[in-house]
Design a protein around this ligand. Structure first.
Ligand code: URA
Length: 235
């Protein structure tokens, strides 16, 4: 990183002002006065001083909500060379997705470079509610839906009770709002498969208090202050 960028990111001064400070001989890197503005520093190793005062980079994290399209994988990189959710974001930051969506699931996925938030959101202890709109084959009857509400066993997995509500019912399929508080692999699909109403289409519309809203498919937005505050408030 260039010295003036480092200085600007530490809150010392603007980049241009920092260049002036550097030319004036007021800046030291590891005890050596540097007067050349483009000088490269390693933010993890080098110590930078302005007028003898140590400068440290203020790390601001990035938080993004993406409406993931079908066919895009929700990993940071893919060994098969498929398009990833990270590829969809134009940024120099090293972002990664929080949690996963299946390749054929669309909707809300969060990306960040904040490891602490990622750990919190993906830890089962927090039981963050995630809501999906599932289009399933046929229309499940009350008994089938009640079994999902109570919690259901699939193979060796026991899924906790889900909040399920039929929003629309057609001749061949129905649209069901489904809220789960766990994030086990393929959980929603496995739940509906178990009651013999396989999922045809799946879209996530919210993660805790973060909503997809009217974000168009393939588009993304930066989270606002309230949303970031909410993420940080999760204990
Ligand atoms: N449940 C699924 O089955 N798939 C997803 O992508 C997310 C939840």
């Amino acid at each position: 990183m260039r010295l003036q960028k480092y200085m600007a990111h530490s809150g010392a001064a603007s980049r241009r002002k920092s260049e002036e400070f550097i030319s004036e001989g007021r800046v030291k890197v590891n005890n050596k006065v540097i007067t050349e503005p483009g000088y490269k520093v390693d933010p993890d190793k080098d110590r930078v001083y302005l007028d003898g005062r140590r400068l440290k980079i203020i790390k601001k994290h990035t938080y993004i909500a993406l409406n993931k399209p079908m066919g895009v994988v929700s990993t940071a990189s893919d060994e098969k060379g498929r398009k990833t959710v990270v590829d969809m974001i134009e940024t120099d930051e090293r972002l990664y997705p929080i949690g996963r969506l299946d390749i054929d699931t669309t909707g809300l996925i969060l990306l960040t470079d904040d490891g602490e938030i990622t750990n919190k959101l993906t830890h089962p202890r927090h039981e963050i509610k995630k809501t999906y709109i599932a289009t399933v084959e046929g229309t499940p009857d009350k008994r089938a839906l009640d079994s999902l509400r109570k919690g259901i066993k699939v193979g060796n997995e026991k899924f906790k009770g889900a909040d399920v509500k039929i929003l629309k019912s057609f001749e061949n399929d129905s649209i069901i709002r489904t809220t789960i508080s766990e994030g086990k692999n393929h959980q929603v699909k496995l739940m509906y498969e178990k009651i013999n109403h396989p999922v045809k289409k799946l879209k996530r519309i919210s993660i805790g208090e973060i909503e997809l809203g009217d974000l168009e498919i393939g588009n993304y937005r930066y989270l606002n202050e309230d949303e970031i505050k909410y993420l940080k408030s999760i204990k």
